[in-house]
Write a protein that binds this ligand. Structure first.
Ligand code: HEC
Ligand code: HEC
Length: 322
């Protein structure tokens, strides 16, 4: 009790000082990573050198890996055949869903996992984006800007087909949550992703989650089989469990998201999902950029949510078995 009081007083002091100079609260850069665009056009990816991945018999060049209308499918035998909108999209504005969300729907920290989410939920979210009710607190983040443009251009029929495909995939655990004080020195890649700094070194984590590729080279090749490590503050998982069990001052999260937090009915699953993505959604819902009828159910949950609590909750949820 006394400790909480002191902590509260301390952060109020900091916020008070900062509030004078910075009126608008800005979303946390580690959850919404943006780098200034490099000057000039990006270098064209190589289209001659064939790359490979462990366990896959097919090969793609860098140009092939980066083809937004022909998704590199390294492990075609591990998922049902992709419908056209997932594998190829529709030129010029509908990039293939599988390009960002991956053919197996596992998604990446800068987008979202769709595997195993209810079809009705997937359809509803794209429609909310199309109609402008779901926006983001960081409109300069390239990956989200791209999703927004796709939602505007995609047809309801295409969304239905994509939703049926992704909802039938099984979401598998591929995020490892590690509690740490110090983490590899962080850089933001041009793909809106936190990565290990090229120069090496370490830095203090503080009150953040740093979700980084287990292997950057393989992530750059869009390997859908090797995931991410999410560094979280010491003690975050246990604190997050308490908040999730109690409902952060409102209803326990499991009362709507299912006993095991894997989703139920049309309510999305949270277990094992990207902690950066969870933080963005909780932040967007709290700040009124993500709206819609179903979001009203979430409003009491985020009403009193602090930045710290968001970090703890996301670390715990990401650590669960999906
Ligand atoms: C250019 C990359 C990209 C492509 C291609 C893409 N998306 Fe997304 N998608 C995103 C990003 C980024 C987000 C997450 C935005 C955020 O965190 O607010 C997202 C979020 C979503 C969500 C919300 C998931 C959730 O749990 O909240 C759905 C549903 C979705 N996309 C469906 C689709 C469908 C269907 C297609 C193909 C028609 C598609 N996406 C193509 C980048 C992409
Ligand atoms: C009263 C029901 C209810 C409770 C309790 C609830 N949620 Fe939700 N939550 C929802 C619904 C419904 C949605 C989907 C909203 C939509 O369709 O736009 C949602 C969406 C979310 C999302 C976005 C997921 C995504 O893939 O984009 C997150 C994250 C989330 N909830 C976390 C929580 C946490 C953490 C708690 C507990 C502190 C919680 N929820 C408690 C109903 C609830």
């Amino acid at each position: 009790m006394r400790k909480a009081f002191i902590l509260l007083g301390f952060s109020a002091l900091l916020v008070g000082g900062a509030a004078l100079t910075q009126a608008a609260e800005t979303p946390p850069i580690w959850a919404y990573p943006v780098v200034p665009a490099p000057p000039g056009p990006a270098a064209k990816p190589d289209d001659t050198v064939k790359k490979s991945l462990p366990g896959s018999k097919v090969h793609f060049t860098d140009a092939g890996v980066n083809d937004r209308f022909n998704v590199p499918d390294w492990f075609a035998n591990e998922h049902a055949p992709m419908p056209n909108v997932v594998a190829h999209g529709r030129k010029p504005d509908v990039f293939a869903c599988g390009y960002c969300h991956l053919p197996n729907g596992q998604g990446r920290p800068e987008n979202a996992s769709l595997a195993g989410q209810p079809a009705a939920y997937i359809i509803e979210q794209v429609m909310e984006m199309k109609e402008g009710r779901r926006k983001t607190s960081q409109p300069t983040m390239g990956s989200i800007k791209a999703m927004d443009a796709i939602a505007k251009a995609v047809s309801p029929e295409e969304v239905k087909i994509a939703a049926a495909y992704f909802s039938k995939l099984k979401y598998k655990k591929w995020i490892r949550v590690v509690e740490a004080d110090k983490v590899p020195k962080i850089e933001i890649s041009s793909h809106n992703m936190l990565v290990k700094a090229k120069g090496g070194g370490t830095e203090k984590l503080g009150m953040r989650i740093a979700e980084m590729p287990e292997n950057l080279d393989r992530v750059e090749l869009r390997d859908p089989s090797l995931g991410f490590v999410a560094y979280a503050p010491k003690g975050a998982i246990a604190k997050g469990k308490k908040l999730v069990d109690s409902g952060n001052g409102a209803f326990p999260c499991a009362s709507c998201h299912g006993a095991d937090l894997r989703g139920t009915g049309d309510v999305p699953g949270l277990a094992g999902r990207s902690p950066s993505g969870i933080v963005r959604q909780l932040y967007d819902i709290q700040h009124g950029t993500r709206t819609g009828a179903a979001v009203d159910l979430m409003k009491p949950e985020v009403a009193a949510m602090t930045d710290e609590n968001r970090v703890y909750i996301a670390a715990y949820l990401a650590s669960l078995k999906p």
